[in-house]
Ligand binder design. Sequence first.
Ligand code: GLU
Length: 365
Amino acid sequence: MPKRKLKRITVKVGTRVLTGSRNRIARKAIKSLADQVSALMDRKIEVILVSSGAIGAGLGLLDIRKKGRSLSELQAIASVGQSHLMDIYNEYFNKRGYIAGQILLTQEDFNDRRRFLNMRYTLNTLLKYGAVPVVNENDSVSTAEIKCGDNDRLSSLVADLADSDMLIMLTDVEGLYDEECRLIRHVEAVTAKVKSLCGDKGCVESTGGMITKLEAVKYAASAGIPCVIARGGRKNVILDIVEGAEVGTKFDAQEKPMKARKRWIAFGMKPKGGIIVDEGAEKALIAGNKSLLPGGVRDVTGRFSDGDVVDIVTVRGKIIARGISNYSSSEIEKIKGKRSDRIEKELGYKDYDEVVHRDNLVVLE
Ligand code: GLU
């Protein structure tokens, strides 16, 4: 990885790093994080923390278990946990002369340009004041449809939004392991082969939360941001990574970052459904650089409107691309398998010849 001067980094901390037995917040872990982040801020390296742990901490405080809880219960639990978490962050940041500022987000903040720009402005202003932004999903209001999903994904969205020079994801394993459970030190690109290490044949340490981390790495890499996955409990882990020490698994950024609009289509939005395409269309999209026409569509999954981002999926179930659909799922149901000159007859109108235009499509592999 070519060494670049780090001015701003995003650090994601998982629940398991922050909670101890019976979901009690591990104060030692937060102290260590606050100390390391403060040391970096002293050196004028800006740090944005993406911290999980709201639900975990809430469970611990209320002394209840997660299993079987309804959405509204989890939302309430997160509300209790999030403020407790911030209290502890502030306790330790204050000791080092810093203040933490809480930012709670949902996917909708990334979908809406105005909210997106506001959010970036707030982050930059907090950093200008010398405060540490502590970001989490707004679990108390977010439901499945508006959720970013997991905090790995959220951290890559934030790293991109804030123009970070590096994304560090701290977890409870050393990094990504190969099939023989040896730690992989360096990964150039997250390919299908790398992802398969999180599957059945991979080391047990690499399963669980690792696949969402690799997705996040893929997104960050496409934005030109290198990543490191490492064990959060390791002493001085953040400081050592910033120094360039061999810690965890390092992932290179893409040499030529994807354009912002394409990145947004490929990773920034959550796909609302899928369009299943035949082999001819698959080849035309991947090798021929073509648009997706109704003739190549076999089926649709989920319900979506025109203008939504959708997955483009092969008949074997592999997601090969993402794109903005010109037609809704119910319209595509009517025109699938038909030639473009039949669209008007089937729908009574025709806005586009293509179901997904090439300019609005990103091939993923
Ligand atoms: N937002 C969740 C929490 O703070 C965690 C989600 C995640 O770690 O992916 O409890």
